[in-house]
Design a protein around this ligand. Structure first.
Ligand code: ADP
Length: 193
């Protein structure tokens, strides 16, 4: 395995964390996460792609949920997707200079992970929440997304693997670098003084 591949698949506690290039609608995970908006009625980007791939029954189910506040998540069935469930997470619309961006983004990831564990799921695939139409810069979002997942899976859960499915080479590169940074920091912290 090359150093780069190494950097894209690491074990934290009992869970594998992976970074891959791909289309989240094609993922064979117990659940895929949707970067939804608070109406939960579908939209563009990854949300539109998931609704198209899942079929119209997904919208029928999300309509009944009555929306979802920013920073929270809701779960539905996956219908025509390979994934059994879709976890609809609402990330923040990026507000330059606001201290709330980070907390809300971390909360969207954490809420998704909590739902996955509540349902006893073993595998979960995330997109890069908020970094498309919602304008969160990739370089700022990646460390928040990764640190939140790393912290969560450090304790034992039902999750055997969590995967970030990045849609283009730039996103994969930015996430890979952010993960390397987190690992370096962890190693430095655990070294004897
Ligand atoms: P948001 O409104 O939360 O910003 P977007 O869907 O606009 O959500 O974008 C979130 C991220 O998802 C972007 O980085 C975009 O490139 C990516 N994306 C879009 N389509 C897909 C897909 N089919 N699979 C994985 N990622 C996708």
């Amino acid at each position: 395995m090359s150093d780069l591949e190494d950097a894209r698949r690491i074990r934290i506690g009992q869970t594998w964390l992976e970074l891959v290039l791909g289309d989240i609608t094609q993922q064979d995970a117990d659940a895929i996460v949707n970067a939804a908006n608070s109406s939960l009625l579908g939209g563009g980007g990854v949300d539109g792609a998931i609704h198209r791939a899942a079929g119209p029954q997904l919208l029928e189910e999300t309509r009944k949920l009555g929306g979802c506040p920013t920073g929270e998540a809701r779960i539905t069935r996956g219908y025509n997707l390979k994934a059994r469930y879709v976890i609809h997470a609402v990330g923040p619309v990026y507000q330059p200079g606001s201290p709330r961006n980070q907390a809300l983004l971390a909360s969207a990831y954490r809420s998704s992970l909590e739902l996955a564990v509540q349902y006893g799921l073993r595998s979960l695939a995330f997109p890069s929440i908020s970094t498309g139409a919602y304008g969160y810069p990739l370089e700022e979002a990646a460390p928040v997304a990764l640190q939140t997942v790393c912290d969560f899976i450090a304790a034992p859960t039902s999750l055997e693997w969590v995967r970030f499915v990045l849609f283009n080479a730039l996103a994969l590169a930015v996430y890979t670098q952010a993960l390397q940074m987190i690992l370096r920091r962890q190693r430095a912290d655990s070294e004897p003084a």
